[in-house]
Design a protein around this ligand. Structure first.
Ligand SMILES: *Cc1c(COP(=O)(O)O)cnc(C)c1O
Length: 403
């Protein structure tokens, strides 16, 4: 499918991004989604809410995050100048708190006392448990049994933060199963519970709302690039799991048509089904977790298992706004393999003294190609979505090193 890019693509029908998005949810959730949409629309306009969000973004998350020149990567690659938007410096070590904080403030507005979340690697679970602790809310996090096994440290972290972690046995015991279970909990407990979805997925208003909470990334970066270099970057590059850090980084640049927006999917071990999680490259239009987007599915429509070396990119679909940017040609979507991501992880650690998350390492590997293609005098902005401390043990294992 190809459509022409329309700058007003999200203004035509609420909740839709061209032909993608919408709200395809069970009846029981419609009142909660309506309530959330109306409270959110109110808070968007509300100066007091925005001031509170900004105050906490500053004193709790640590915003604005730095823009950092990467001089040694730039020299090594011999092409465009490389800049990093440092979401790894946020409290809890990634972009995820931008959204969790915004949604917890909405939860308080709605007078609800309990939050729930799904988590894969545990990053979004930790972000949700963190803000729940800060505001004294009950917190339950759903996590597949396979992920619980792989991510013991994050499970214990969430427990230390006062959250209850519920292992999900069904399916493959991974992120999509945890999401199903969280949706079920929400349907049973909508009166006192808000479901903090962790990416730009799910039924309207989630993709729009989560994007808005992360759009601070691109707004800050755009100003920082102008202040620092006097011009906009030639390309912005970000990794894409569900797509929240990427849409956050891209959004302020969407009207700047000369700025290339490059999303990087997990190419995994190769192009065979089950070996990657490149949902834009290999996905088809479908309906899953309440929204119309691109999903890796069998001809029967059954959602398929996916793989990535980085658990945060391991989701069989992508947010509907990315699906639109892809089919309209405003965004470019490519993939980077597990091995290329690990090489980028090592290269940035060695050359810049910054250890990136394995997710973000996908964006770094693609930035290398872009820097060469663009050449000296141009610039590439990488969204460094998170820090790599959480991945050190896994990288050691992959490199055959005993710890
Ligand atoms: C969760 C995560 C991602 C992937 O999620 P998106 O919604 O695609 O941003 C990427 N990077 C890091 C560091 C993460 O924790």
């Amino acid at each position: 499918m190809v459509t022409t890019f329309d700058l007003n693509y999200d203004q035509k029908r609420p909740g839709f991004f061209g032909p993608f998005g919408g709200r395809y949810s069970p009846e029981v959730l419609i009142p909660a989604l309506d309530e959330l949409e109306s409270i959110y629309n109110e808070c968007r306009q509300d100066a007091e809410f925005q001031a509170e969000l900004q105050r906490l973004s500053s004193e709790y998350i640590g915003r604005p995050s730095a823009l950092t020149l990467a001089p040694r990567l730039t020299a090594e690659w011999g092409g465009a100048t490389v800049y990093l938007k440092r979401e790894d410096l946020n409290h809890t070590g990634s972009h995820k708190l931008n959204n969790a904080l915004g949604q917890v403030l909405l939860t308080l507005r709605m007078g609800k006392r309990r939050v729930i979340a799904e988590t894969g690697a545990g990053q979004h679970g930790v972000a949700t448990a963190t803000v729940a602790a800060r505001f004294g809310l009950d917190c339950t996090v759903y996590m597949g049994t396979e992920d619980v096994r792989r991510q013991q440290l994050n499970v214990f972290r969430m427990e230390l933060l006062g959250a209850e972690v519920v292992p999900v046995e069904s399916g493959t015991g991974t992120l999509k199963d945890a999401t199903n279970e969280a949706m079920r909990d929400w349907a049973r407990n909508v009166d006192d519970t808000h479901y903090i979805i962790g990416s730009v997925i799910g039924p309207h208003p989630f993709p729009m709302m989560v994007r808005d909470f992360h759009s601070v990334i691109g707004m800050e970066a755009r100003e920082q690039m102008l202040a620092r270099t006097g011009r906009l970057p030639d390309a912005v590059v970000a990794c894409v799991g569900g797509g929240s850090n990427a849409i956050g980084a891209f959004h302020a640049f969407i009207p700047d048509l000369q700025v290339r927006l490059v999303g990087v999917e997990a190419g995994g071990r190769g192009d065979v089904g089950g070996d990657n999680s490149a949902s834009i490259t290999f996905g088809q239009i479908g309906y899953f977790h309440g929204t119309r987007s691109l999903y890796i599915q069998a001809d029967s429509g059954q959602i398929q298992n996916v793989h990535s070396v980085s658990a945060g990119l391991d989701y069989p679909g992508v947010g509907p706004e990315h699906a639109y940017l892809a089919v309209s040609g405003r965004g470019e979507y490519v993939r980077v393999s597990d091995d290329e991501a690990i090489a980028a992880f090592r290269e940035m650690s060695r050359l810049e003294g910054i250890m990136p998350a394995l997710e973000s390492s996908h964006a770094i590997a693609q930035a290398r190609r872009l820097a060469t293609e663009l050449g000296p005098g141009k610039s590439v902005l990488i969204c460094l979505s998170g820090r790599g401390d959480k991945d050190v043990a896994e990288v050691a294992r992959l490199l055959g090193r005993e710890l």
